[in-house]
Structures are given as structure tokens and as C-alpha cells.
Design a protein around this ligand. Structure first.
Ligand code: 13P
Ligand code: 13P
Ligand code: MG
Ligand code: MG
Ligand code: MG
Length: 381
């Protein structure tokens, strides 16, 4: 069976500010997903949230970009938006940027990550397991560094030295500044690892779109690398990306994939989407309530049975005391960074802020600048 994994996520409203969706909103999305499973559109589905973003994780056989699957996600988000509006929640319908997308919701606001594979539970994949990362309060390049380290650096993934992975992985890197369409370059690690790094260092412009095994041609990773402000033409909240990562066997093991997140590396995001702050790993369904509004990332793991259904439960990778140490470090890095307020590296450059009000403030000031008349030399006494 050709199985597709689709993760579609959106921020459609939250309680008490941009913290988390309400229980009734979650129930509205879960209800639509349950109906779609009953109707045979989906094989299985799971709904969770990270901060104020609701993610729908689905298996089906309709392929990537299926208008039926995307329309189901849109319908579920509309149902939750209606709940959010009735309850007077903050940012109701925030990420639904067009009135009614005709098919695929890519480019309409929700984040989309999808990948497909032949699902037979034999050959190179006697078992199928994968993880879904979901981040809030950050830009789409948040996974650039951790995924590069997991799939291209044996210091983080010793498994890369094993025969199934030693040929490396092909990275599809997307130029998110190109608004004409998906502009993608394919580069092979390890041979072109430095070229990949040269692009991925710019988290705001370049993002990993896909990673593919060079030995088996199997897709390992899909990321929702799209810019909301490129769609809306203005700041409408942060991109808050999701990623699907298949693991074990011909791919890195879960611990090799999550260990780079122990860095709590700095990403663009946080309050007003304008700061540079560490990415804190958290359990799924965590609200954003700490001081500042720290970028957070969750990671849920699933197995898939022979019919394409999820295991009866999931593994919450960051819900473990081992990550408390990382969370504390993320918080102390955050306090350090924010102690310098608006100055220099603590906030994103103006090129990134141009879709928001900060740019307007500076543009208005720029109009008031005047060339000073040349100072006359002091008359000699
Ligand atoms: P076990 O399956 O024996 O627990 O080992 C898994 C593994 O290789 C760890 O990466
Ligand atoms: P989101 O609504 O996209 O999470 O971003 C809110 C924000 O701008 C943080 O202040
Ligand atoms: Mg929000
Ligand atoms: Mg969000
Ligand atoms: Mg957002």
C-alpha cells in the first residue's frame, strides 16, 4: 500500500492571549477527524496542540496534496474557529488566510508537512515508526540545525557510519523568500555538507523541505517550510513549523534525532515574533505561559500497523526528566538574551521585521532625518 502521512497545523484561536486552544476547539477538530476516519477518507488521525497551534496527524492513501484530505483539515479548522469566535478567544481563525482554498491548503495559511512510502512492513521497513515535531512561537527554519546534525553529522548520529546510512542523505532546501512558488535546491550530505550549512545558517530565508535516503531513495523527513508573511503580506503571527521524521533502521534512531535539541539553540521568534530566543523542548499539549514567550517544540512518536493505523498510544519524547535540564538551560539562556532587551542580536534584523509594526515606526522616523548643514570651522581668534 502507498501510504501518506500528512500533518496539517494551524493557529485558529487561543485562551487568554496566544497560549493554547480551548478544550472545545480541540473537540471540534477531533470530531471532524473521527468522522473522516468513519467515512474512510482517513485511515487514522491524531490531534494535539503545541502552544496555540493545533496539529492534525493523519494516515491515508490519497497521496500528498490531496484536496479531500486538505479540505477535511480546513473544515476541522473552520469548526474550531467557529468555537473560538463564539467563546471570544484571541486570534480566532488567525492562520486561515484565504476565504476558501479550492483544494490544497498549502499557501492558504496552515502549515503542511507530508510524505509517502510503500507500506508493507517488510524489506528495509519491517516496522514503521516516525516522529512529529511541532513548534510554536518560531520561524520555519527552527529545524535547520537539529535536522542537519541528525542527518549529516556523525558527532550527533553515530548511526550515519553504518552501511544503511553511510552514503548519506539528500537535502531539499527551499528558498522561502521566493514568492513565485517552491524554489528548491537538492544537495547531498556528506559531499556537499558545507554547501548545505552555508544555506541553512540563514534560518529566516532557507529551510529544509525534505530529506531523502541516498541508499534507499526513501523520504526520511518532510518539513512545513512556508512563510506566513509571504502569504499574508503582513505579520500574522509566527510560522510555527511542523516536521515529520521517520526513524530507526535505514534512518537515524529517535535518540539521534532528538539529541541536537539538547542545545536549546537560538531561533527567531518569541514575543511579537521579533526576538532571538532559545528553542525549549516541551511535552505535547503544552501552553505558552512562561516569562517572555519562549519558542517551544514538542515531539510525539508513533508506530503504524499493517493497515496504516497508529499504535494505540504515542510516545511523548520531551516528556521526560532528562529534558528538565535542557529546559532550565533554555530558560537561563533566555534570561541572558532578554537582559539586553532590544539591543542588537537580541532582536531579529529589520529585514525580518518589515512585515510588522516595528518597520512602520522606523519608516516614520526615517522621513524625519535631515542632512545636517556642513559645520563651519570655528573662526580663528
Ligand atoms: P534495542 O532495540 O536493543 O533497545 O536497541 C536500540 C538501539 O539500537 C538504540 O539506538
Ligand atoms: P503565533 O500566534 O503565531 O503563535 O505568534 C504569536 C506572536 O507573535 C508571539 O508574540
Ligand atoms: Mg497565536
Ligand atoms: Mg503559534
Ligand atoms: Mg503562528
Amino acid at each position: 500500500m502507498r501510504l501518506t502521512l500528512s500533518v496539517i497545523k494551524a493557529d485558529i484561536g487561543s485562551i487568554g492571549g496566544h497560549t493554547k486552544p480551548s478544550t472545545r476547539m480541540m473537540a471540534a477538530v477531533e470530531g471532524e477527524v473521527a468522522k473522516a476516519i468513519c467515512d474512510g477518507l482517513l485511515i487514522d488521525g491524531f490531534v494535539c496542540h503545541t502552544g496555540d497551534d493545533i496539529a492534525i496527524i493523519m494516515t491515508h492513501t490519497r497521496g500528498e496534496g490531496s484536496s479531500e484530505v486538505h479540505q477535511l483539515a480546513w473544515k476541522a479548522f473552520l469548526a474550531a474557529t467557529s468555537v473560538a469566535k463564539t467563546s471570544g478567544l484571541y486570534g480566532a481563525g488567525q492562520d486561515l488566510l484565504v476565504d476558501a482554498p479550492s483544494g490544497n491548503v498549502r499557501g492558504a495559511g496552515p502549515g503542511v508537512a507530508e510524505l509517502s512510502f510503500d507500506h508493507s512492513l517488510s524489506g528495509t521497513r519491517p516496522a514503521e515508526s516516525f516522529m512529529v515535531f511541532a513548534a510554536d512561537k518560531c520561524g520555519p527554519g527552527a529545524y535547520n540545525l537539529p535536522l542537519y546534525l541528525a542527518f549529516a553529522d556523525p558527532m550527533y548520529c553515530a548511526g550515519l557510519m553504518l552501511p544503511p546510512m553511510i552514503k548519506g542523505f539528500r537535502f531539499h532546501v527551499i528558498d522561502m523568500d521566493n514568492t513565485d512558488g517552491d524554489s528548491v535546491i537538492e544537495l547531498d550530505a556528506p559531499a556537499e555538507g558545507y554547501h548545505i550549512a552555508a544555506l541553512l545558517r540563514d534560518n529566516e530565508r532557507f529551510g529544509i523541505d525534505r530529506i531523502i535516503s541516498r541508499t534507499h531513495g526513501e523520504v526520511a523527513v518532510a518539513v512545513s517550510a512556508q512563510r506566513l508573511h509571504a502569504i499574508a503580506g503582513k505579520y500574522t503571527g509566527k510560522d510555527d513549523p511542523v516536521a515529520i521524521v521517520r526513524n530507526q533502521g535505514i534512518f537515524p534512531a529517535p535518540e539521534e534525532i532528538i539529541s541536537p535539541f539538547a542545545k536549546a539553540h537560538f531561533v527567531g521568534g518569541d514575543a511579537r515574533g521579533s526576538h532571538v530566543m532559545p528553542l525549549m523542548p516541551v511535552p505535547i499539549n503544552t501552553p505558552v505561559t512562561g516569562m517572555y514567550c519562549l519558542p517551544i517544540v514538542s515531539c510525539a512518536g508513533f508506530s503504524i500497523d499493517k493497515d496504516g493505523r497508529f499504535s494505540e498510544s504515542y510516545t511523548d519524547f520531551f516528556d521526560n526528566p532528562a529534558w528538565d535540564e535542557v529546559r532550565r538551560r533554555a530558560q537561563s539562556k533566555a534570561i541572558e538574551m532578554r537582559s539586553q532587551g532590544w539591543s542588537g542580536a537580541a532582536m531579529l534584523p529589520y529585514s525580518e521585521l518589515e512585515y510588522g509594526g516595528f518597520r512602520d515606526t522606523v519608516s516614520a522616523l526615517l522621513k524625519r532625518f535631515q542632512l545636517r548643514e556642513e559645520r563651519k570651522p570655528e573662526a580663528a581668534e
